[in-house]
Each structure stands twice: as C-alpha cells, then as structure tokens.
Design a protein around this ligand. Structure first.
Ligand SMILES: [Mg+2]
Length: 247
C-alpha cells in the first residue's frame, strides 16, 4: 500500500511539475509574443519605419520650401516606438510571464535600459536639425528620470537634446504643444500613438470612435501628422475582433 501511495505521489508530482512548466510556457503574457516578434524582428517593420521616415523627410522639405525663418518652426516627436525601440524590455518581461503593460519595470528601463534607434529616425532628425528646424522631444517618460532619458538620446547621437527641448510627463502633451506654439509654428507631429499628434485622440472611447476620428482627420495623415507602427502596446489592445461567420 505504502509503495503504491508512493507511486501515486510520484505521478501526481510529475503531473504537477509538468503542468507548472506548461503553465509557465503558456502564461497569458505569451499572447504578446507574435506582436513582439513582428515589432522587434520583422524586416517588414524595419522597411516600414524607413519608408515612413523617408516620406516624412520629403514632406518636411516640401513644407520648408515656403518658409523663411526656420528658427521659428518646430517638429514635435514622441520618443518611445517612434525614435526609440524598447522591445528588448517588453520581450524580457513577456518571456518571464510578466505583464509589461503594468509598466512597473519601465522606470528601471529608463534609467538602466539600452533602447536602440528606430531605422530612419536619426537621419530624419539630423535633416531637420541641418535645416535649423526646432526638434522637440515630447514624451510621457518620467520627468524624474529626465537626466537618464537625455543621456540615452545623447548617447544615440541625436541633436537638440537640451533641457527645454525634451519635454516629459507632467503637463499634458497638448499643454506642452501649446507651450511650444507660443514661440513656434509646429509644422509636423510624429508618434506611434494618436494622442502624439492630437489631443482629440486622448479619450477613453473605443477603437470604432477613434477610427472614425482618423477618417475625419484624413487630410492630416502623411501631411503634418506622421504615424509609426506599434504592435506591442496601445489603446487598442482590448478591442473586439471580428470573425467570419460562414453561412
Ligand atoms: Mg510612443
């Protein structure tokens, strides 16, 4: 009997251990994996980013043709997933079955992390800088980590990394844009999230509402609003999917 109990126990432990391994392997956070693979590894996203920055530079050149005093002009750029690729943090957390969208690992990443440049970002910013256009980095990174974010941007060789050109979380993005507009004309806004280009997208509405807003603002996209792909996080993550119902 005792022996049989022992075998039962061994089998039970084996099953428990196996299911614990399986649970770890299939934790809910692993559902982020395919999006992260696209975001970090696909050649297509590299091409898409280069394409977007090339197009933005052509567009900026066209806008500048009609402008005299470039010192009064500003391009407003988001940082994360627009200029900086933070996917290494997201992949680490996902692989540890930790939900990166709780953002409890983000501050440490700002201080100690090593984001890489998104393809095309530096060439575009260098071009704007060469044309004496003001580049404002408007991001919701933590203001208390500003020193580290500025070090990151400087290390990556970006121009205009000055205290008054790196505007982090505190005032809303719109308030920060309004402050820039006091002395400058904002000619282009760039980001991976729609509130990076306009406060009307800063709402708690569903994606239907926001897709409708995109349609209403169609003339801005590719003109003065430039949007980058981000499959790893965003306001859309809880949106319902449509499935084909075959008759
Ligand atoms: Mg961003």
């Amino acid at each position: 009997m005792k022996k049989r109990h022992g075998s039962f126990l061994a089998v039970a432990l084996l099953i428990a251990a196996t299911s614990s391994v399986q649970a770890k392997d299939i934790c809910q956070e692993k559902s982020y994996e395919m999006a992260l693979r696209y975001q970090q590894q696909s050649a297509e996203i590299a091409a898409l980013r280069l394409q977007t920055y090339h197009f933005a530079q052509q567009r900026l050149a066209t806008i500048l043709q009609g402008k005299k005093d470039h010192n009064k002009l500003a391009v407003v750029m988001d940082l994360d997933e627009t200029i900086l690729d933070n996917s290494a943090l997201l992949v680490r957390d996902m692989q540890n079955c930790h939900d990166y969208t709780s953002w409890d690992t983000w501050s440490d990443w700002e201080i100690n992390g090593n984001p890489t440049l998104i393809p095309g970002a530096k060439a575009f910013i260098d071009y704007a800088n060469s044309q004496n256009v003001n580049v404002y980095y408007v991001s919701d990174r933590y203001n208390e980590n500003k020193k580290y974010t500025m070090q990151t941007l400087t290390k990556l060789g970006l121009p205009q990394v000055k205290d008054d050109h790196v505007l982090l979380y505190g005032l809303s993005k719109q308030q920060r844009r309004d402050n820039i507009s006091k002395d400058h004309q904002i000619i282009m806004l760039m980001g991976d999230s729609l509130p990076d280009v306009s406060a009307q997208f800063k709402n708690k509405k569903d994606t239907h509402y926001n897709r409708d807003l995109v349609k209403k603002n169609a003339k801005h996209f590719g003109a003065d609003w430039i949007v980058f792909p981000n499959a790893s996080y965003g306001a859309w993550t809880k949106a319902k999917l449509n499935a084909w119902q075959e008759k």
